[in-house]
Design a protein around this ligand. Sequence first.
Ligand SMILES: Cc1cc2nc3c(=O)[nH]c(=O)nc-3n(C[C@H](O)[C@H](O)[C@H](O)COP(=O)(O)OP(=O)(O)OC[C@H]3O[C@@H](n4cnc5c(N)ncnc54)[C@H](O)[C@@H]3O)c2cc1C
Length: 300
Amino acid sequence: MIYMSRREGLKDFATRFRPFKKLTTRFVAGETIDETIRFIREINAEGCSASFDHLNESVTSAAEASEEVTEYLNILAKIDETGIRSNVSIKLTQFGLTLDSEIAYKNVRRVVEQAHRRGNFVRVDMEDSKVTQVTIELFKRLREEFGLNDVGIVLQSYLRRTYEDAQQLVKLPARIRICKGAYNEPPEVAFPDKKDVDKNYIRVMQVLLSSGIYHGIATHDPKMIEATINFAEREGIGKEAFEFQMLFGVRRDLQRQLARDGYNIRVYVPYGKHWYPYFMRRLAERPANIWFVMKNLLKG
Ligand SMILES: Cc1cc2nc3c(=O)[nH]c(=O)nc-3n(C[C@H](O)[C@H](O)[C@H](O)COP(=O)(O)OP(=O)(O)OC[C@H]3O[C@@H](n4cnc5c(N)ncnc54)[C@H](O)[C@@H]3O)c2cc1C
């Protein structure tokens, strides 16, 4: 699935094949900002906040990267206009990182500046390990200029370097989302064994919660959630001091339950025409999702 998520030919086929496209609504809110707002209103009504994510990892020109800035400025304006509870998540490759890191910096800076003016927040997602270092460096530059509540970053517990990165970044201070990691990484940089990924997740979660900064604990794994709740209770850390984050369409029951239990929940809501690689990564995470897709395709 991860391999297929990078194949251009398959992408062209899948994005044009109507029945397949219809199935994406399992994980993708729609193609436009307005369609996405409809879902975010429902999410808000269930007591959760959201994070907008415009899907587009395949930006190949400075002009396209600049269009992404316009899209995000529109999202931030729409959030204000409609009063929905949402921030935004971005990927640096979307803003031109693979073309030139300076272009990406200037583009993302425009979005963070706008978020700052509007009292909103930009989360810089973490992509594959080829860009981990440059993502952290670029984020640090943004943090020098903007506040703790303007911009945050993501760390992945499957990376061997992450525990150290977390310890360094909380000193900035920085708001961090910890997740397990969604890319196919070699054993030199990432733990191949899921048990080690989970162990590292818990270690990093403890560093984050102990820092007194508001962080995001992104997972659908009941074991990670339980470990977080237990650690917070043991250390006397209040429910308001952090948030759980989950993906649109994944474990909605758990999202609602945690919200009812008084935890802050944020749902990451992707949308846009370039849904293919994101959708394939979600299928890769859970074989049951592949059966769901196959069954529905066969049903027509
Ligand atoms: C809010 C948010 C933001 C993220 N941002 C990033 C990022 O910036 N960079 C990055 O590399 N990754 C990101 N991820 C993805 C993350 O790294 C994992 O790939 C993904 O969350 C699955 O890991 P898990 O913690 O849910 O645990 P897993 O061990 O993968 O899953 C635990 C359980 O959760 C459920 N589950 C998990 N995934 C699915 C699914 N697709 N469909 C149905 N059920 C599922 C199943 O019940 C499964 O048994 C993000 C995830 C979230 C929730």
